[in-house]
Design a protein around this ligand. Structure first.
Ligand code: SF4
Length: 115
């Protein structure tokens, strides 16, 4: 049975079809084929969220993964971030969780905040 998906690699947004043998159709370029296969075999996403911070200016600070993580790890990582509480100051790029779930990917702060 064919699966349909929209390629999000570029603004063209090709409507891809991929069959059970991983044959991709309707892609205008090779990147669409790579995207469709990855979406079937190992879908990944960048994760952005916030964590608590002990600051008089704001209660939470934004964080993100340094690369796309396996989609099935999202909820587990969100639970881990619930337990994080940072202290000011923090700087852009500070590592909040290193090598999260052994993915080789870190969670980092996306802004600087003074004490
Ligand atoms: S298949 Fe190629 S042209 Fe089409 S949306 Fe994906 S990247 Fe863009």
């Amino acid at each position: 049975m064919k699966k349909e998906m929209i390629c999000i690699v570029c603004p063209v947004g090709c409507h891809l079809e991929i069959d059970e043998n991983l044959k991709v159709q309707n892609n205008k370029c090779k990147r669409g084929e790579v995207y469709a296969k990855k979406e079937i075999l190992n879908p990944t996403r960048m994760l952005t969220s916030t964590v608590r911070i002990n600051s008089k200016h704001q209660a939470r600070v934004s964080v993100k993964t340094t690369d796309a993580i396996p989609k099935q790890s999202m909820f587990k990582i969100m639970e881990m971030l619930d337990d994080v509480a940072l202290e000011v100051p923090v700087n852009l790029g500070d590592v909040v969780i290193k090598n999260v779930l052994d993915t080789g990917i870190d969670i980092v702060v996306t802004m600087s905040l003074k004490a």
